[in-house]
Design a protein around this ligand. Structure first.
Ligand code: ZN
Length: 261
């Protein structure tokens, strides 16, 4: 609960955990999801990682994990993987609890480890702490909204989104240009090969491919696989030079395109 309080002071959802081995607290941690910008920074997850460092082994047999909220799928999974002896938690989590509420990972016989679970210990105190935190946060947001200061982070977020969207549009436009540059270059090669009766069979197939590729809309282009896009980026510069070369010089220059493909 002290760890949960620390989390609340840092603006994190107040969840705390500790690991006990041979009657001693060997590791303790609180939720740091926001501070660490990490989806795995749950209190008990961090505490178990620390306990492994302290014991200098990945197996946490002999350990009991205490946590103020029922562990999620990820943390319950880590308890199985680390072979903990027991987990004691306070509040049940109707939206994510994996040790009795939504799932019962600790007593699933299909898994290679089972462990003891005691839920609801000091449930009232820990639930009250969570409820108070969320009530306080709602109140803060309400006040910020009234004071007009809440608009700022929202606006920043929208700016970020807009910036990301523009980046994607720029990339897409760039891709579109590169795609057509490559097709133009390839088309010149194909036409040259057809005109000069070089490798006719391949050339006609190539032209089929070109016709297909040129008929694709933006959505289909998006669906083109990454490797193709990578090839495209790698080759586009080369082809761009070839287009310039072949536009500026005589027909014979086209054979360069051929060798570069
Ligand atoms: Zn978790």
């Amino acid at each position: 609960m002290q760890e949960a309080e620390l989390a609340a002071q840092e603006g994190e959802v107040p969840i705390g955990a500790c690991v006990v081995y041979e009657g001693k607290v060997i590791a303790r941690a609180h939720n740091r999801r926001e501070s660490d910008k990490s989806p795995s920074a749950h209190a008990e997850f961090l505490a178990m990682q620390e306990a492994s460092l302290v014991l200098d082994r990945w197996r946490l047999c002999g350990c009991t994990v205490y946590v103020t909220l029922e562990p999620c799928l990820m943390c319950a999974g880590l308890m199985i993987n680390s072979r903990v002896d027991r987990c004691v938690f306070a509040s049940y989590d109707p939206k994510g609890g994996a040790l009795g509420t939504l799932y019962s990972f600790h007593e699933d016989e299909r898994l290679n480890h089972e462990f003891q679970v005691d839920g609801g210990v000091m449930e009232d105190e820990c639930s009250a702490m969570l409820k108070a935190f969320f009530a306080r946060r709602r109140e803060e947001r309400k006040q910020a909204k009234q004071a007009g200061t809440f608009q700022k982070p929202q606006a920043t977020e929208l700016t970020e989104l807009e910036r990301a969207r523009n980046q994607i549009n720029t990339i897409d436009a760039k891709m579109f240009t590169l795609f057509h540059q490559r097709l133009d270059a390839a088309e010149q090669v194909a036409r040259y090969k057809i005109a000069h009766n070089l490798d006719v069979l391949d050339s006609s197939r190539e032209e089929d491919k070109l016709t297909w590729a040129k008929s694709q809309g933006p959505q289909e282009r998006e669906n083109l696989n990454c490797q193709f896009m990578q090839d495209l980026m790698d080759l586009s510069k080369q082809h761009q030079h070839n287009i310039i070369d072949s536009n500026q010089t005589n027909d014979g220059k086209h054979t360069n395109d051929n060798s570069n493909r």
